[in-house]
Design a protein around this ligand. Structure first.
Ligand code: NAP
Length: 289
């Protein structure tokens, strides 16, 4: 058996085209384009690539992008003041602070200072809470992007046994909540899980979000399962891979995402969707401040 590849790059491109049309429609009706403020601290190479991709997606869709490239030495107080200024600016719809942040800045404080109505990353406790109580508003980009990739397969995931490996606040936890909302029976695995192999072996749907190359062996995958690899790991030769052994897993799975070209592009497309949504919801008076 050879799995169907879920082509995240193509699905993301189609999503960006849809967003572009919606924004063109707004402009034709005399409404303004959404605005996304992207804050980058320091010169970390991976962060710079992620930010560049986000800014490129803004260009493609017609979202106005405001760039704040600041030195790594920027104080927490100055960063908080900038966020407050952007919160107060009615022309700004989304605020994104690229992680990881320098050690002297407390990420939790930054996330909680961004207005929930402009939290287009979907990291704010208010937005995670909305998802937990089945009233999602601005949804975490990577997990919601995964849901859209799953929808693209046409497979009915209702009632599937889903295993999410990784429980971080930004990825693993909201991923488990998204799958619960979608009607899966969800197991979350983490560092203290006693038998990861057994959990993966019984899963109809496996989502990996750890950041350890080859953590999940291809031979663990149940024949016919859906396999989503969120992990991004750089190997010594410079190439990228996920957390799941792709070559062997793709011989057993029915559907699988590649790394790169799977979840990554969809995360960026979902960020663009969230930015447009944040503007629409604020216009409609439907968001908390
Ligand atoms: P993170 O904050 O480091 O979280 C990693 C999670 O993996 C933690 O919950 C940790 O559990 C768990 N873990 C560690 N070792 C484990 C093990 N041996 N068995 C089971 N679970 C284990 O990372 P993250 O931000 O969630 O990102 C995870 C991966 O996704 C990274 O490779 C990142 O680059 C990638 N990522 C990709 C995208 C995309 O768009 N494709 C977006 C975001 C992140 P504990 O909490 O118990 O320590």
């Amino acid at each position: 058996m050879s799995a169907n590849i879920i082509n995240g790059k193509a699905i993301a491109e189609a999503t960006l085209d849809e967003i572009k049309s919606l924004i063109e429609k707004r402009l034709a009706q005399g409404q303004r384009a959404p605005t996304l403020a992207v804050i980058l601290l320091g010169t970390d190479a991976a962060s710079a690539i992620y930010v560049r991709n986000k800014r490129l997606a803004c260009e493609k869709t017609g979202i106005r992008s405001l760039a704040y490239d600041l030195p790594a030495s920027t104080s927490e107080a100055d960063l908080l003041a900038l966020i407050q200024q952007l919160n107060d600016d009615d022309e700004v719809d989304g605020i994104l602070v690229q992680s990881p942040l320098p050690a002297h800045i407390e990420e939790k404080k930054i996330i909680e200072t961004i207005s929930a109505s402009k939290d287009v990353d979907g990291f704010h406790p208010y937005n995670i809470g909305r998802l937990a109580v089945r009233q999602p508003t601005l949804r975490s980009c990577t997990p919601y992007g995964v849901i859209k990739l799953l929808q693209s397969t046409g497979v009915n995931i209702l009632g599937l046994d889903a295993v999410v490996v990784g429980v971080s606040n930004h990825v693993g936890r909201p991923m488990a909540l998204e799958l619960l909302l979608a009607g899966c029976t969800v197991t979350s695995c983490h560092r203290h899980t006693k038998d990861l192999r057994a959990a993966v072996e019984r899963a109809d749907l496996v989502v990996a979000a750890v950041g350890k190359a080859g953590l999940i062996k291809g031979e663990w995958i149940k024949p016919g399962a859906i396999v989503i690899d969120i992990g991004i790991n750089r190997l010594q030769d410079g190439s990228l891979c996920g957390d799941i052994e792709f070559a062997t897993a793709s011989q057993r799975a029915a559907w699988i995402t590649p790394v790169p070209g799977g979840v990554g592009p969809m995360t960026v497309a979902t960020l663009m969707q969230n930015t447009l949504k944040a503007l629409e919801l604020r216009e409609a008076g439907k968001l908390a401040s």
